[in-house]
Design a protein around this ligand. Structure first.
Ligand SMILES: Cc1ncc(COP(=O)(O)O)c(C=O)c1O
Length: 386
């Protein structure tokens, strides 16, 4: 049997950490109680949910009652954007976001636009970053929410959230950050970031899929998105996903321990990957600024190569993601690649590599070889005289 392809797509999702799986196991079998039940089974489940809430809160330097468990990043983002829009609609109907947000932010914004809200989509610079000055200029007396992601999923650009928070505070506007990609990879202290709301997604930090959380600063309130019983202090109805919650709690505890040790492992491997590719191939560019980029993320544009064709070419050896797709009608760039104004002959060949805890030097070296050979082959086919 052929070996599994080398996985370099940890921004798409991560495997469940063995320590997380171990913590979850008893909740798969023995501890199946409903946390709302008053008997021993329920009490065990409720205690596990409380312990996990504390673990998540600790990672964010927040209070446990500021954490609401959700089904993931998408739900957390929707809870804030829609929940706040409807709560504050009588005060104003303007929201500020950026052009490089994940669809889990863009789509609720588009939906609100269709219902009479006005949304400003701020541009980014060549590093993929929003300028806090631009945020300041976009604020009007109608603005009720600024939602800017902490770190970008495609190029890894880390936004100046603390500076944007200062702007938001100055104007008395609430600030949300989608931290699905940053939690567990870089420090995400809610107090340091100065945000009112922060979304996180379990499956990006070695917890299972379908679990996430929303940080809601004390004193901030949202209209409910999901109506039902009074779970999560009346903020999100539905019997708790105890198994996922236990996993997320453990994942946050492990992430906090690892963050204390710095992020040398991923950064070293990410840089090794770039140096390897750069050493082997001409005509490629690294997107974003390594100084303000997630330590595990490398976005590379290979000139004159179609990203989807390249990924198909290497698919049985290396798994990564494309930032552009070629259709019969032409090349469709991802919104992020387009917003960063990467020149077209490079943009169409944009690939995201993201390393993770299990990644090894040997995997990176093999990936460099496989990708370089494939790029050379594709360039040869495209332009045999080159
Ligand atoms: C930045 C960002 N926000 C939100 C999400 C959505 O999270 P989930 O898959 O948990 O709904 C993702 C997942 O790709 C993401 O990268």
């Amino acid at each position: 049997m052929a070996p599994d392809p080398i996985y370099l797509d940890y921004n798409a999702t991560t495997p469940i950490d063995p320590g997380v799986a171990e913590a979850m196991l008893p909740f798969l079998h023995r501890h199946f109680g409903n946390p709302s039940s008053s008997h021993a089974y329920g009490i065990t489940a409720a205690q596990a949910v409380s312990a996990a809430r504390l673990q998540v809160a600790d990672l964010l330097h927040a209070k446990p009652d500021e954490i609401v468990f959700t089904s993931g990043g998408t739900e957390s983002n929707n809870m804030v954007i829609q929940g706040l829009a409807w709560r504050l609609a009588s005060q104003g109907r303007h929201i500020i976001t950026s052009l490089v947000e994940h669809p889990a932010v863009m789509e609720p914004c588009y939906s609100l636009e269709r219902r009479g809200f006005c949304v400003s989509y701020l541009p980014v610079d060549g590093k993929g970053r929003v300028d806090p000055e631009t945020v300041s200029s976009a604020i009007t007396s109608e603005t009720i929410l600024i939602t800017i992601m902490h770190a970008n999923n495609e190029v890894g650009a880390i936004q100046p959230i603390a500076e944007i928070a200062a702007v938001a505070r100055e104007h008395g506007v609430l600030l949300h950050t989608d931290a699905a990609q940053s939690v567990g990879k870089i420090p995400t202290r809610a107090d340091e970031l100065g945000v009112d709301f922060l979304s996180l997604a379990g499956h990006k930090l070695y917890a299972p899929k379908g679990i996430g959380a929303l940080y809601i600063r004390s004193g901030r309130h949202l209209d409910r998105l999901i109506h039902g019983a009074s779970h999560e202090s009346g903020r999100r109805a539905g019997t708790e996903n105890v198994l996922g919650i236990v996993g997320l709690g453990k994942a946050c505890e492990l992430a906090a321990e690892r963050l204390e040790g710095g992020h040398g492992h991923s950064q070293a491997l990410r840089d090794r990957l770039w140096e390897g590719l750069h050493g082997q191939l001409p005509d490629l560019r690294r997107n974003g600024d390594p100084e303000t980029c997630l330590p595990n993320t490398l976005s590379v544009s290979f000139r004159g190569v179609d990203a989807a064709t390249l990924l198909a070419e290497i698919g049985d050896r290396v798994a990564a993601s494309a930032g552009a797709a070629c259709h019969a009608e032409g090349v469709e760039l991802s919104a992020v690649v387009a917003a960063m104004q990467i020149p077209m002959d490079y943009a169409m060949g944009t690939v995201r590599f993201s390393v993770g805890r299990p990644t090894t030097e040997a995997e990176v070296d093999t990936a460099v070889q496989v990708v370089s050979e494939a790029v050379q082959r594709l360039r040869e086919v495209a332009s045999p005289t080159r």
